[in-house]
Design a protein around this ligand. Sequence first.
Ligand code: UGA
Length: 429
Amino acid sequence: MALVMAHKGFKVIGIDNDKEKCKIIMQKKIPFFEPKSEDLLNATLDKNLKITSSLNSAVSNSDIIFICVGTPNNPDGSVNLSFLKKVSLNIGKALRNMNRYPVIVVKSTAPPGTTNNIVKTEIERVSSKKAGIDFGLATNPEFMREGSAIDDMLFPHLIVIGTNDLETKKKLHELYETMYKDNIPSILSTTIINSELIKYTNNAFLATKISFINTIANICSKTPGADVEIIAKAIGKDPRIGPLFLNAGPGYGGSCFSKDVSGFLNFSKSLGYTPILLESTQLVNQMQPILIVDMVEKKLGNIKNKKISILGIAFKKNTDDIRESASLEIIRHLLKKQAILNVHDPQALDNLRKVFKNKLKYCKDIIDCLFDTVCCLVLTDWDEYKKLKPKDFKAYMKNPFVFDARRIFNPQKMNSIEYLAIGYKAQNY
Ligand code: UGA
């Protein structure tokens, strides 16, 4: 967000209390893998973009302050709001001597009510100033995806502005109209509470869509002749359903869906309503890695001491993020059954090594990963895996058996090897 805003001509100050991270960014490096981000950093740093860990002076010199801190889960599934509280406290301190009317915007995803109950309360308490009189307060939920964050920021499908104050609404409309002047996306203005609910609902719906198609895939796996891809393609043509987010797979991962579905569940339960649909979304997702291991085991028999290759660790392609990735669960189950694992990922191996240490063979090369294995499990949809042909599996594997948990291959073209896939011939071989 900072990079795109700077690229669009705004003066942006990026603030982080992690000095090490700031140092890396100041050296024109991005401390994670995100396409196009390093180019934009090179183009904007020390021009429109400055980086600092000094919150006080940065906030005092800003007209609009976006809060983007993390809101991770607590072990019981509730949301940890301590970072939001801490940053609100620090913003409150910075506002004490400010005579302008800054606008504070919450971008972080948090349970409905958080902006008023935590952010506003804390800033008002520490600054002795009042929202709507001395400073503006708004929410502006985020719809960017990892792996395509820059493009999503450049071409958003919607901007949601949640505020109960006219002056703030006007300033944020002006900001986005200036930013997207040639191509202004639709802007929806609403209350803070609706805007907080929009974000949770959006992610809960997408997660449910994935668990829905995974459910159909699991039915297809047990139905001779069925193929979930054909079914998804057909239902996706119905404009009431739409074609996106109907790719069956090993279950959704990443830092958002699991966290937000469980945060939403928690929020709803605290009101005395248990949303069983969302509980099912979560349960289907938790079961998916186990089902995949079952299907592989059904084909291979006892997997103890069998050598298996895993292609793909990141929770999706074009990122090195392995948080909540289904691959981790699948690896844990396979290790428990004492399989021997070779793993490959174009970006995520360093992160994986921190979790599994010497329990896996980390392969920089796909061929090295496939070598001498009796099964290849495809768990992330990286483009380089799509280029593999049956002859590659035949040449390097001990037994060319591919389980395609991402549906990256055309089954018709895999006829010459043993090929099973999620929602396709997985159990009726
Ligand atoms: C998600 C939302 O898509 C964003 O709109 C939102 O801003 C973001 O969370 C957030 O709340 O910050 P992200 O988690 O980066 O974005 O990635 P997605 O593209 O949504 O993928 C999430 C998971 O679902 C991945 O593991 C992906 O492989 C899986 N997925 C996605 C499927 O299994 N099938 C699909 O058809 C689509």
